[in-house]
Design a protein around this ligand. Structure first.
Ligand SMILES: NC(=O)c1ccc[n+]([C@@H]2O[C@H](COP(=O)([O-])OP(=O)(O)OC[C@H]3O[C@@H](n4cnc5c(N)ncnc54)[C@H](OP(=O)(O)O)[C@@H]3O)[C@@H](O)[C@H]2O)c1
Length: 184
């Protein structure tokens, strides 16, 4: 079970999102996010994170941003990071563990590594897999005041109705922060 039955940590899908539901623009553009929020703006969220499970495309976009603007994509987290992929990374990173195959096993491995803190799930495809399998405890969305019109949606096609329970809704500058519990 993902529901942090192994400790106090939760499995959290944590996203910046345009008001029209995109988490990246066309061509996986991410620069628009930093017009509204700095990568290190919510240090308490990073401090509550014990591990990350990252889809390959998310990893590659972060890697590209890092190469283009060193430090540009920095998030104040240096704990265990797992990348889900079927093939070796183009730029292997010894600090990263590669996982492949069953999403339930991948989440269990990453939850273990989180040591009782939260596991963050990064990537629309990976988040969709986790939501379909009932592995997500919370969704934390930073709604940014922009309409993108096109891009990568919050979750990939294939997700069916998922009921959420609102936990909190706050504002920090231009950002509206919504937190939901996933009903199981
Ligand atoms: N706004 C935000 O806060 C935010 C947060 C996170 C991500 N993003 C953005 O979201 C976009 C990426 O999302 P995405 O949905 O396109 O891709 P993704 O979820 O990051 O990655 C999907 C890829 O991961 C690999 N994968 C997934 N499940 C797997 C499994 N069970 N076993 C092995 N490999 C598996 C596959 O790659 P291979 O088969 O090619 O190996 C798959 O194509 C990027 O633009 C990123 O910047 C935005």
């Amino acid at each position: 079970m993902s529901d942090a039955s192994t400790g106090n940590g939760k499995v959290v899908v944590n996203r910046s999102m345009s008001l029209d539901g995109f988490i990246a623009g066309p061509g996986h553009a991410m620069d628009w996010i930093f017009d509204f929020v700095a990568p290190d703006e919510f240090p308490d969220i990073a401090a509550a994170t014990g591990a990350m499970l990252v889809g390959r495309r998310t990893w590659e976009v972060g890697d590209r941003m890092e190469a283009e603007e060193s430090g540009g994509a920095d998030y104040p987290f240096s704990g265990p990071t797992f990348v889900l992929t079927h093939r070796p990374l183009e730029r292997p990173d010894p600090a990263v563990r590669i996982l492949s195959g069953d999403i339930g096993e991948a989440v269990a491995t990453a939850v273990d590594a989180a040591g009782g803190k939260n596991l963050e799930i990064l990537g629309a495809d990976v988040a969709g897999q986790c939501l379909r399998r009932g592995l997500v405890d919370e969704i934390l969305v930073y709604v940014l005041p922009v309409l993108l019109g096109d891009g990568i949606r919050f979750s990939a096609p294939g997700l069916t109705r998922t009921d959420l329970e609102p936990i909190s809704s706050t504002r920090s500058g231009a950002v509206t922060i919504l937190r939901f519990r996933v009903r199981k």
